[in-house]
Design a protein around this ligand. Structure first.
Ligand SMILES: Nc1ncnc2c1ncn2[C@@H]1O[C@H](COP(=O)(O)OP(=O)(O)OP(=O)(O)O)[C@@H](O)[C@H]1O
Ligand SMILES: [Mg+2]
Length: 279
């Protein structure tokens, strides 16, 4: 059982408060998607929960205050991947993923057979086996993103905080990563918090959503409760259509404003797309 509870979280960055008392709760085995426009404070929330920024308020896991945990214990409780990870460029992928095992190693001890097995299993599940001996600095953006996630999964912590884990990934790898996280949630009871800019994707995976706007919770609840066209228009200044998928969850479609579509309909387009060599 690993309930995560955030109460009255306030965080200042360079003396300017950017989170103004945010509450959130994720039940054990739940998935919370934190959404909101750029600069709303999503990454700040995750970083503070991960213990990387000073805050006031409370963050507890199963009632234990995270700020009271020693670093090693915290790393066994919670794994975090940043939105813009910095990686040691000259470290081979397998060694980098093994860093996720650090909280389990004895003082000055090297990773053991079990640690290597865990790392290799994660590497395989994330399609990284062929890259295992490559230096992290030589990878493409999406490959690097999967390697950073692999390190976090190798940590085997019951709470997973992922800040925009799929931004650099192609469609297939987005689905692979999100399905893997969902399987870990269902099978092993992992408690997951992600920020995700793609609202349609967030709606398909997350059980609950928290919409942050200007450092405050503007809405929270199920995807259907949070993702309304009016709310998205108000907070994102975006035109969307929201339909309901066969799974009952909302699908969010970005559509051009009606006025622009009407104007375009008046302009004769002439020409057609040609894909053949027209010599
Ligand atoms: N290191 C920093 N120093 C000062 N201000 C910062 C720092 N990092 C973030 N901020 C500010 O804090 C606010 C929240 O930033 P945060 O990165 O949490 O937003 P976000 O919701 O994750 O945005 P995005 O969707 O762009 O990732 C923004 O106004 C941002 O400019
Ligand atoms: Mg962010």
């Amino acid at each position: 059982m690993t309930d995560l509870k955030v109460t009255g979280l306030r965080v200042a960055r360079q003396r300017c408060e950017v989170l103004h008392g945010v509450d959130a709760e994720v039940r054990a085995g739940g998935w919370l998607a934190v959404i909101g426009p750029n600069g709303a404070g999503k990454s700040t929330l995750l970083k503070a929960v991960a213990g990387l920024l000073p805050y006031t308020g409370e963050v507890t896991v199963d009632g234990v205050r995270l700020r009271d945990l020693p670093a090693r214990e915290l790393a066994r409780t919670l794994a975090y991947t940043p939105q813009n990870p910095v990686v040691p460029p000259q470290m081979p992928v397998r060694e980098y993923v093994l860093l996720g095992r650090t909280p389990y190693l004895g003082y000055l001890a090297l990773p053991g057979r079990r640690d290597r097995a865990v790392a290799d299993q994660v590497i395989e599940r994330l399609d990284l086996t062929a890259l295992a001996t490559r230096d992290v600095g030589t990878l493409s953006g999406g490959e690097r993103q999967r390697v950073v996630l692999a390190r976090a999964l190798a940590q085997q912590a019951p709470v997973l905080l992922l800040d925009e884990p799929t931004t650099a990934l192609d469609l297939g790898h987005q689905q692979q990563v999100l399905e893997l996280v969902d399987r870990l949630r269902r099978d092993d009871g992992l408690t997951v918090v992600t920020t995700l800019h793609d609202l349609g994707v967030a709606a398909q995976y997350a059980e609950r959503m928290l919409l942050l706007v200007n450092g405050e919770a503007a809405a929270s609840g199920t995807a259907a409760e949070v993702l309304t066209p009016a709310g998205i228009a108000a907070h994102y200044n975006a035109h969307v259509e929201v339909t309901t998928g066969p799974d009952g969850r909302p699908r969010v479609h970005l559509i051009r404003p009606a006025q622009v579509r009407a104007e375009q309909a008046e302009v004769p387009t002439g020409g057609s797309a040609r894909h053949d060599a027209d010599a």
